[in-house]
Structure formats: C-alpha cells, structure tokens
Design a protein around this ligand. Sequence first.
Ligand SMILES: [Mn+2]
Length: 226
Amino acid sequence: MSKPTIVVSDLHLGSDHLERRDAEYFFANLPPDADLVLNGDIVDIIHHALPEFDQRILDQIIEESHRRNVVWVYGNHDDGMILEDPGCIQFCREYDIGTRLHVNHGYDFDNVIPKNTWFVQTFRWLHMLRIALGAEPVHVAHYAKRWPLLYSYLRTSVIANAVEYALERGCEAVTCGHTHYAEDVVQKGVRYINTGSWTEQPVSYLWVSEDAMELKRLVIGEPIGH
Ligand SMILES: [Mn+2]
C-alpha cells in the first residue's frame, strides 16, 4: 500500500496572522506514516528572521524531513527560499502524485494579481491604513473577501488556469493555495482543491490516501488525516 500524503499551503510563518496554536498542534501530531507536501507561502517574508515560535515550527518541519518525505513547493512569498540546513526537504516548483494529483501553489495560474500590481499595492496600503485607524487587524486576503466580486474574479481565474494545466498534464485533480480560500470543486471533469491559508480560521489541509482525497478542517484535539 502506498503512503498517504498531507498537503498544506500558505502557513505564512512570520505573519502576525498565523494561527499559531493550530500550526503547533498540526506539526506535533502528524501521522507517522504520511508524506508532507508544503504547497507554497510557508514563510511570509524570506529575508526576515522569524519570531522564535515560528522558527521552532520551521525547525520541526526540517526535523520531520529526516523521518518522512517532505516536499516544499515554492509559492510567491517563499520563492527561491534557501534554508541554512534544509535537512532532507526536497524543493521544487510543482509536484505530482502520479496522475492523481498535481500540486502547484497557484501563483503561475493567477493572471489577476501580477497584472494589477498598482491596484494590489493601493489595496494593501488602504488595508494597513484602516488597521492603523483601529479596524480589525486581519490578513489582507481575509479583508479582501469582503469584496465578493473582486475576490471571486481572482479565485475563478486561478481555478480555470489550474484546471487547464491539469488537463494538459493528464492529471485527474489539482491542488493550489495562493487564493487563501479553501474549496473543493469540479470543473471540466477535473477536481480542484484549494487548501486555503493558516492566517485565518478555519485552517484546512488535504489528506490524500490510497483511495480518497479529502479537504479536511483542522480541529485541535482530533487526529490529523486517517
Ligand atoms: Mn499566500
């Protein structure tokens, strides 16, 4: 029997908005038989030192790579990240589990954010200004969800491009992060699973076993996977 795999994305270690209790619980309770695929934006800003707590989580991920396969698919936030001691982590831009699942952060499928940088920067700046003026300090992607039309434009563009790519590659399913919006949909016969982010609740991960793929919600106290 082949080993199960757990896929997570968009931890954003170092971000003020990281759901730290969830991250701590998750990495302390990984099922021993599962491979781990980190699907991009694991670190928020690659040249910044991490807070102690977040550094411990990163150290634990490195430690895990001596016990199980750990694959780190780059996202746009951690693109080109080099660790001083990467353990046995395998770094890549995309990853396949046979033809069952293509794993890709999703930035390459995004033709909204890279083409509208001035708009995105202004949006970020206004969001920071609102927080400075006393608004709830949430991650910018969390805030952007209050504009459903804008947000669904980003999501649907990533879904459409991810599905096209999976079809070209002959994969039955594709998983992305990037949009910070966990969802499991089927388009053109291809299953698209987005694992959301760890910068807001609920926190999700993808469980891939021999006979099933399931987008699961992390609940502290409950077992991971299986
Ligand atoms: Mn992200």
